[in-house]
Design a protein around this ligand. Structure first.
Ligand code: SAM
Length: 239
């Protein structure tokens, strides 16, 4: 446990992020639950403490390096899976009001268990497709920040994410180096959906040196009502 917490704190420190002892304890409990549930459900292929600490937890936190949401901001994580990047960000920024969206019921059951075990406040878990939930009044155009990691190519992700954002809200896609090829293909989606590419920030993960690209997009125009299209259409026919 001490080794895990030291690793996390040192890696966060190398990126200029600081984690308290209480946050590190929550990360360790999350790690234990992830490994325990992973024996029954397929939640992650990474199980070694160092891999989970760096490639899941620290990787998730990198989004805070490209944009720091205001105190109490509303944040949605689309296709969160076992909670990435949303849950690590929520551990580091307890003030944020989070909605985690995931279409697979067993993953949502896991997230409910973790959120309960960690005693998380301001945590909403929504089981369903982004294309459907983005049409609910409760969610549409109501978030300051949207996040997504490893869910879909950028043009598809834009159709999932931009309808959730308020005007002036931001979307961060946590990507690898291959996003360079997705960017030119995203200009039509940005135009149609009301987004503006602000920056692509390159990060190297501590210890592993893995390269990451954080794509920051601002919503500058309202998204037309007809988006997102029906479930599966954004993926099959990207804008
Ligand atoms: N974001 C997590 C991560 O980085 O570890 C999970 C990545 S996993 C490869 C993609 C997840 O997105 C899956 O759990 C899948 O069920 C979910 N997903 C894919 N498309 C979705 C959609 N349209 N709406 C909601 N969830 C979706």
């Amino acid at each position: 446990m001490h080794e895990f917490k030291r690793l996390l704190r040192d890696a966060a420190g190398a990126l200029g992020l600081s984690l308290t002892e209480a946050m590190c304890e929550r990360f360790f409990l999350y790690y234990r639950l992830l490994i325990e549930w992973n024996e029954k459900f397929n939640l992650t292929s990474l199980v070694e403490p160092r891999d989970v600490a760096i490639k899941h937890f620290i990787d998730s936190l990198t989004c805070l390096l490209v944009h720091s949401p205001a105190y109490g901001a509303r944040v949605v994580d689309i296709g969160t899976g076992a909670g990435f990047p949303g849950l690590p960000v929520k551990i580091a920024r307890g003030d944020l009001h989070f909605t985690l969206i995931e279409s697979t019921g067993k993953k949502v059951a896991f997230l409910r268990h973790v959120a309960g075990a960690l005693g998380m406040a301001y945590m909403d878990l929504a089981c369903g497709r982004a294309e459907v939930l983005a049409r609910h009044d409760r969610y549409r155009a109501s978030f300051d920040l949207a996040l997504a990691r490893a869910v879909a190519p950028l043009p598809v992700l834009l159709e999932y994410a931009l309808p959730f954002l308020k005007m002036g809200g931001h979307f961060i896609a946590l990507k690898g180096p291959a996003v360079q090829e997705e960017l030119p293909a995203s200009s039509n989606a940005l135009n149609v959906l009301g987004g503006n590419l602000k920056v692509v920030k390159t990060i190297f993960l501590p210890l592993t040196g893995d390269e990451r690209k954080l794509v920051l997009i601002e919503k500058t125009e309202p998204t037309p009502e007809k988006f997102p299209r029906r479930p599966g259409i954004p993926q099959r026919r990207p804008l």
